[in-house]
Design a protein around this ligand. Structure first.
Ligand code: KIV
Length: 299
């Protein structure tokens, strides 16, 4: 059951002040003071109050509506759409137009969550002007609230320019899937001292540049804890342990729709693969046996 009480916080869409408290199902009288529209400021408040931030991906209208209604704080229109929606092996092939299509579908469904969109590979690496043009297209054409891009020092100028234009940026360090051909493997990053030190430096640099948060992907939990304690902006982890400020997972993975993918960090909250298979097999059988449609299911 979800109960909402209104009280005081600024809502970007209605331009009114209100605050929603959501009592989540398994937490009895929880906890999560959430907002009628989550903003970068609310996320900062959550970190300051020690309230964990929940983030999931979504790529379409129907799922985004479900995710938003269930009380998620942040929706990431991730370039993982390249894998889970389009069936590519990596995140590299997805285009800016395709990301904008996914993002605008999500924006139409979500009333409460802050919506962050990945800048896809090849739209920000060559120079900072191109990076800004890509970020502006995402904001203007999709109506999303922020962009995410991968990398530390090498992305400095682009991040700076995008933030200067008034666009909120979420950083992404550790395992950055757009660099998979450089890494050669999806295994845990920053286990060695040099890479760990670079990650800590990049974390501080992203905070200094004005990023409103950072995703840390697949790094040792102790390093993620150190990074989290070293900055005042929220750190969202995926495969980075429990000491970070929030967690993100790919929706299709946590719903059990993608059985081939089972890294140690993934917890499955449903077995939709089985549920969907069973429903479709039953429908097929009913059509073939002429059980469907019955008398009541026709005009
Ligand atoms: O694209 C994506 O889904 C991501 C998350 C894994 C953080 O970047």
């Amino acid at each position: 059951m979800t109960v909402c009480l209104k009280n005081q916080i600024f809502n970007l869409r209605t331009k009114a002040f209100s605050k929603t408290i959501v009592f989540l199902p398994n937490t009895k009288i929880m906890a999560a003071a959430t907002y009628s529209r989550v903003t970068t400021r609310s996320l900062q408040e959550m970190k300051s109050n020690g309230e964990k931030i929940a983030m999931l991906t979504a790529y379409d209208y129907t799922f985004a509506g479900l995710v938003d209604a269930a009380g998620i704080d942040l929706i990431l229109v991730g370039d993982s759409a390249s894998n889970v929606m389009a069936g590519h092996e990596t995140t590299l092939p997805i285009t800016l137009d395709q990301m904008i299509y996914h993002a605008s579908s999500v924006v139409r469904a979500a009333n409460r969550a802050l919506i962050v969109v990945d800048l896809p590979f090849g739209t920000y690496q060559s120079d900072s002007k191109e990076a800004l043009r890509s970020a502006i297209r995402i904001m203007k054409e999709s109506g999303a609230h922020a962009v995410k891009l991968e990398g530390g020092a090498q992305a400095k100028e682009s991040i700076e320019r995008i933030i200067q234009a008034g666009i909120p940026v979420l950083g992404h360090l550790g395992l950055t899937p757009q660099s998979i051909y450089k890494f050669g493997t999806y295994t845990v990053r920053a286990k060695e001292e040099q890479e760990a030190e670079q990650l800590l430096e990049d974390t501080k640099m992203l905070e200094k540049l004005g990023c409103f948060g950072i995703v840390l992907e697949k790094i040792p939990a102790t390093l993620a804890k150190q990074a989290t304690e070293s900055v005042s902006i929220p750190i969202i982890g995926i495969g980075a342990g429990g000491s970070v400020d929030g967690q993100v997972l790919v929706l299709h993975d946590m719903l059990g729709m993608n059985k081939e993918f089972s890294p140690r960090f993934l917890r499955r909250y449903a077995d939709l693969d089985k549920v969907i298979h069973k429903a479709i097999a039953q429908y097929t059988e009913d059509v073939k046996s002429q059980d469907f449609p019955n008398e009541k299911e026709q005009y």
